[in-house]
Design a protein around this ligand. Structure first.
Ligand code: CP3
Length: 348
């Protein structure tokens, strides 16, 4: 992309291209969030969707962790659930509960009310937030845009809330696959238009979060999740680097590696060695520190991060957590994680 060529710290973009780097880049999933006091101050004053829908607030929250810790990439503050919201599905964010969708999609009649929106109109606030964030970042580091995978979005749309099993989401897939696939396709079409609009607004890479892909068997994963992610990658890959993150999806790394994605996210249940083996050894990998390991003392975090880089190798690698940062992580521990990467020397 035209913008990316001017970015001063291009470690992240070079790692996505598989180029040789001095050290790997680092960012943290959910890095803009509740472990930061400056985020909590904004949260006190504005509810969740106001923060998402106000470009001044969303861009401010996006750059907060960068100012404090100096990661090599920023990720836009938003949520994967703004997509179903734009598709005419009501989404609430309840405190101490999480997402709540009062009218879940359970049958054909429910599905008929789901629209494929004009993303520039319904989600224009996201595009404005991207433009404002790009100005604030001043081409120092790249900006990542994101979307949920169609399967992960379906999980919330059908279940109506978070779940340990997403049994109602699975029930729809297994008892009424026609409706499930029609919903997945509507989400896919919307997501493709949405991510293309994000690229036009200025993001430098996109990540697809398949947070609940690992809830499916390998066969059902192919049917209900992967084929839709592949459609998104096909539509985007010639314009922008795509990172595919599937939590618990180590079994699909072989397929994912041949998808045209620039990088694959892995969680901490898969060793670096296994992830390299399963993905064929040639594609950039991102991950995979156990988010709870950020509770270890800073000196131990640094040692473990250096070990993790040695295991993945410094090239074709993006240092990250294996899932989002937890709210109870001390600031100095998050700092130790980022600093450890910056202090990394291949001789370790
Ligand atoms: O990474 C970032 O810093 C950017 C912001 C971001 C948020 N959500 C902000 C948020 C991103 C990338 C997401 C993605 C997201 N949202 C995912 C995929 C990644 C993952 O963690 O698996 C999912 C599954 C969601 C859905 C969602 N949103 C849940 C389950 C919850 C409640 C639980 C939680 O994590 O807090 C949210 C709310 C949410 N999204 C918060 C934030 C900062 C916390 C609520 C608040 O700030 O009021």
């Amino acid at each position: 992309m035209a913008n990316s060529n001017h970015i001063k710290n291009d470690l992240f973009l070079r790692a996505l291209k598989g180029e040789t780097v001095q050290r790997p880049p680092v960012w943290m999933m959910r890095q803009a969030g509740r472990y930061l006091p400056e985020f909590m101050a904004i949260k006190e004053e504005y509810d969740f969707f106001t923060r998402c829908q106000t470009p001044e607030l969303a861009s401010e929250i996006t750059v907060q962790p960068i100012r404090r810790f100096g990661m090599d990439a920023a990720i836009l503050f938003s949520d994967i659930l703004v997509v179903p919201q734009a598709m005419n599905i009501e989404v609430q964010m309840k405190s101490n509960f999480g997402p709540y969708l009062p009218n879940p999609i359970r049958n054909q009649k429910d599905l008929d009310s789901v629209i494929i929106p004009d993303v520039n109109q319904e989600l224009g606030y996201v595009m404005e937030a991207i433009k404002m964030t790009k100005e604030k970042l001043n081409n120092e580091i790249p900006l990542i845009g994101f979307a949920g995978s169609p399967w992960t979005i379906l999980c919330y749309c059908v279940q109506g809330q978070g779940s340990k099993t997403f049994d109602k989401a699975k029930e729809l897939c297994f008892t009424n696959p026609v409706v499930a696939h029609a919903l997945l396709q509507k989400i896919t079409d919307t997501t493709i238009a949405y991510l293309k609009a994000k690229v036009a607004a200025g993001v430098d890479a996109v990540q697809i979060f398949d947070s609940w892909g690992g809830m499916l068997s390998p066969t059902d994963y192919e049917t209900f999740s992967w084929q839709y992610i592949q459609q998104i990658i096909d539509a985007l890959k010639d314009n922008i680097p795509v990172i595919a993150f599937g939590k618990g999806c180590w079994f699909a790394l072989h397929t994912m590696a041949r998808s045209g994605a620039s990088a694959l996210g892995v969680d901490w249940t898969c060793s670096a060695r296994n992830a390299r083996y399963l993905s064929g050894g040639n594609i950039t990998l991102q991950g995979n520190f156990d988010p709870a390991r950020l509770l270890s003392p800073p000196a131990e975090i640094k040692k473990m991060v250096h070990q993790m880089i040695n295991e993945f190798g410094k090239d074709k690698y993006i240092v990250n957590l294996g899932h989002g940062i937890l709210p109870n992580i001390p600031l100095e521990n998050a700092k130790a994680f980022v600093d450890a990467v910056k202090e990394y020397k291949s001789a370790f």
